[in-house]
Design a protein. Structure first.
Length: 553
């Protein structure tokens, strides 16, 4: 094998000229070419490396101002830099990489069946370097610099030919070539000078990123791996800019993960409850698209988190958002967020496609009509009525003696799913006279999600009372938020409730219509300043006045 060594010399493989040069080419069709550290090889034309015996050992700098051609036989090694630049000749022209400057397989083929660059620098004056052909055309084992020149470059993994009109596919699936970062180091450090905006809506300014398909080598130990990929920037209102995705892996066996972005790819499924009771009924796939991700083995495993920063400006306003997988709810339950920008979801395993879904309506497990508690001779009856239930499992009745610390006392099976009025009741005989008891009901759905009813109170001491000091109870007292008022009356009454501070200023006033029995109302005291307040209850018909004290902390 012929061996060519470039030492600390500046090799010029060209004839100096101000016009385009694609004839002054560098050919290696069987030699071992060794570029020592500190040496530079400048090629004013195209680079051709072909053949099973062709080897490029680059520990210095090889700069080409033409195109780069290879086959899937040659080998490349070393820790040098390959620079694609057209600053002296071929100005204003497109430059591309063709053939197999790539690792031909997974990470086990690095250094074995390997034509990849170690460090790649992009400096084309058109801001683009193309990959011509199909499959793994260009890989980098070290790092890629998207802005080694004056203009920031992006990599387009689509064959545009040498001349002629440019036409880019509208979707990632139609891009034939793949660019790979085969350095398994985590983060964005190996993708230098690329624009990543974490606030979305930047499709008019995207630059240094991969347009089309991108793959990354993944460490089996896991870590955080950003994918800066997308489609042709198209400006305001068009979802074709960079679509930034980050995958945070635990220990795994995925080896290499490839991704691209597909616009208008529907991810809808039957409306379902998620995000702590929201009805997921909007799917962003049609408006936005989905990220299509696959691992090289097709059978890798290991859990991971997906984070997305969609670079669009046409999402509707929604209350909650979630990442979908394979057109379904997957991953960690209720792992949702308020915005599609910076959205994350954990607990995924296996790869395919990821989209966005959202909701506005929070659907509780039940539609509660009312809940009451009333002392009856030697027990207290707790009764609640619901207009509907949705996938409900059961009810759990809880009781407290101070209105703060509640404990479980009984479970009642629910009907499940119904729109017919249902009445549930429980008679609590484990009670004492002259003790206030507070009750609430926990409604639990089949997925374990739950919600609480308002708190109601009752006491056996209310029996025989009409309307007096002992029939009114304020709890919790002291309170740090809103308080509740429990009023027992032996008949219907019109009550005027007024709250005063210690200097006699009126803070709040409400008109109350009491029914026979126990009534619980919410006293909106959350925003009151700390201190003592007097709550006055006046019977409108008899002018009877009862005053209670409340301490706000």
């Amino acid at each position: 094998m012929l061996k060519i060594i470039y030492s600390l010399v500046f090799l010029v493989v060209f004839q100096l000229s101000s016009f385009a040069q694609h004839s002054n080419e560098f050919f290696n069709d069987g030699a071992l070419v060794h570029i020592e550290a500190g040496a530079e090889v400048h090629v004013w034309g195209d680079v051709h490396i072909e053949g099973a015996s062709a080897v490029l050992e680059n520990n210095g700098l090889l700069k080409t101002q033409g195109n780069s051609y290879s086959d899937n036989l040659f080998q490349q090694s070393g820790i040098g830099t390959y620079r694609i630049e057209n600053s002296d000749v071929n100005t204003g022209e497109r430059q591309f990489v063709s053939g197999s400057y790539a690792v031909r397989g997974g990470t086990a083929q690095i250094g074995v069946n390997d034509g990849s660059f170690f460090a790649l620098e992009l400096a084309n004056d058109q801001g683009i370097v193309y990959l011509n052909g199909s499959g793994n055309i260009c890989d980098v084992r070290g790092s890629v610099n998207f802005s080694a020149g004056v203009i920031q470059n992006r990599i387009i993994t689509h064959d545009v030919g040498i001349t002629g009109a440019l036409a880019y596919p509208g979707n990632g699936a139609a891009y034939d070539a793949i660019f790979g970062l085969m350095n398994s180091a985590t983060g964005l450090g190996n993708l230098s000078n690329n624009t990543v905006s974490l606030n979305g809506n930047m499709s008019a300014t995207d630059a240094g990123y991969v347009q089309g398909k991108m793959r990354r080598s993944i460490s089996p130990a896991g870590g955080s791996y950003p994918f800066v990929l997308g489609l042709e920037p198209a400006g305001f209102g068009v979802q074709r800019g960079m679509q930034y995705m980050r995958i945070n892996f635990t220990a795994n066996s995925y080896d290499v993960v490839t991704g691209y972005f597909q616009t208008g790819l529907d991810n809808s499924f039957a409306a379902a409850l998620e995000c702590s009771g929201y009805l997921i009924d909007y799917w962003g796939g049609t408006d936005h698209g989905q990220w299509i991700m696959n691992d090289i083995t097709g059978a890798g495993s290991g859990t991971y988190e997906v984070q997305v920063w969609p670079q669009d400006d046409n999402f509707p306003a929604k209350s909650v958002w979630m990442v979908t997988k394979d057109n379904a709810i997957d991953g960690t339950a209720d792992d949702c967020g308020p915005s599609p920008v910076g959205l994350d979801r954990n607990g995924f395993d296996g790869f395919s496609q990821f989209g966005l879904a959202a909701a506005d309506v929070n659907v509780l497990p039940i539609e509660l009509l009312n809940i009451t508690a009333q002392g009856i001779e030697d027990h207290i009856d707790v009764i609640w009525n619901v207009a509907s239930e949705l996938d409900l499992s059961h009810y759990e009745l809880e009781r407290s003696e101070d209105g703060i610390a509640f404990e479980y006392i009984e479970s009642l099976d629910a009907v499940g799913t119904t729109t017919i009025l249902q009445t549930y009741s429980y008679s609590d005989f484990d009670v004492r006279f002259f003790q206030d008891y507070y009750y609430r009901v926990k409604s639990v759905d089949i997925d374990g999600e739950f919600d609480y009813t308002p708190v109601v109170a009752a006491s056996l001491s209310t029996q025989g009372l009409e309307f007096g000091e002992g029939s009114i109870n304020i709890y919790p007292n002291p309170t740090i938020n809103d308080a509740f008022v429990s009023i027992y009356s032996d008949l219907e009454r019109e009550i005027q409730m007024t709250a005063y501070n210690t200097i006699g200023q009126r803070i709040q006033q409400r008109e109350l219509d009491l029914e026979n029995g126990n009534t619980v109302i919410q006293l909106q005291s959350n925003n009151w300043a700390d201190g003592m307040y007097y709550i006055e209850f006046k019977d409108v018909n008899t002018n009877q006045i009862i005053t209670k004290r409340l301490i706000k902390q």
